[in-house]
Design a protein around this ligand. Structure first.
Ligand SMILES: [Zn+2]
Ligand SMILES: [Zn+2]
Length: 304
């Protein structure tokens, strides 16, 4: 739906504003088709449902019809005296989204340096800020550890379990939960560890604080969209803010987005720790806990 919201946001709509008859399926709660100018338009896809703004119970539907057009239908429910209105509901065919010969292309997609973002967005379903974060993280990891690009030994530990960034990691690096090259820990933060499993070294990327200066508006629109109380205008504004954030993130250097820490794997417990916390012990890289455990065992042997 993001393409349609962008088109509406940039005014690419043909206003119709006609009362129409709509076949509505109560079970699936969606319009099945509508008649307009003696022609029946069968709905093949419901793109989105929104709140209307004429009265509190109004709903609006963004639908795709069989001829490839996208229309906005407005369902107005009257709350006034039923004697004065022949029917308590009225459907209005609000507008048609204009088709463009070429797809609406964000300027950032024109740059060749922005690796495979289009493909990632296809895989994920839309182009959103956290998907860009995931792409940036992969790009940065491969720059820091170029050998991982060709090795099959790469593994990723992500410290969140529901971000679009995970789709970028799966698409770009081929690390999935299924092939056990992607481990997710539910810490709800954008921290990604990329490592060579056998080599026992890697980098940990932690999201820097990025100020977009739209936080209040963004959170408000996001809340409405998530809880289903967004009007079409809200959805259009939200899409615009998302696009702005995507463009902003694309513009930032990787170093401005993620802080980097080198990590090494403890030979005994297999945990990846900051390089400075790993020390050689009997010739093996070890974390402090494992080193103390070992020393403890050794000393008990010595004093027996
Ligand atoms: Zn997304
Ligand atoms: Zn250890």
């Amino acid at each position: 739906m993001e393409h349609e919201l962008r088109a509406i946001g940039s005014g690419q709509a043909e206003w119709i504003k006609q009362t129409v008859h709509v076949d509505y399926d109560n079970r699936s709660q969606r319009p099945l088709g509508f008649s307009n100018n003696g022609r029946y338009n069968k709905v093949i896809k419901l793109l989105g449902t929104f709140k209307g703004d004429l009265s509190p119970n109004d709903l609006t539907y963004l639908v795709k019809t069989v001829d490839g057009n996208t229309y906005h239908l407005y369902l107005h429910l009257f709350d006034s005296d039923p004697l004065h209105t022949p029917s308590p509901i009225r459907w209005t065919l609000d507008f048609r989204v204009l088709k463009r010969r070429e797809a609406i292309v964000l300027p950032l997609w024109k740059s060749s340096t922005h690796m495979r973002l289009e493909g990632v967005a296809d895989f994920h379903g839309d182009l959103c800020p956290e998907l860009v974060l995931g792409c940036k993280a992969c790009q940065m990891a491969l720059e820091l550890l170029p050998e991982l690009n060709t090795s099959r030994d790469i593994m990723v530990i992500a410290e969140n379990n529901n971000s679009p960034a995970l789709d970028a990691i799966q698409f770009v690096l081929g690390c999935t939960v299924g092939n056990r090259k992607l481990k997710v820990i539910d810490h709800n933060r954008h921290v990604y560890l990329f490592a060579s499993g056998i080599g026992g070294y890697g980098v940990k990327l932690s999201l820097e604080t990025i100020r977009f200066d739209d936080e209040n508006r963004f959170n408000e629109f996001e809340r409405k969209v998530v809880e289903g109380s967004a009007t079409l205008d809200d959805a259009v504004c939200y899409q615009r803010l998302l696009d702005d954030r995507v463009a902003r993130l694309m513009d930032l250097d990787n170093e401005e987005v993620f802080a980097v820490e080198k990590v090494r794997k403890c030979f005994l417990c297999s945990n990846f720790l900051t390089e400075s916390l790993i020390h050689e012990n009997y010739g093996f890289p070890m974390c402090e806990n494992c080193r103390l455990d070992m020393t403890g065992n050794n000393s008990s042997v010595v004093y027996q």
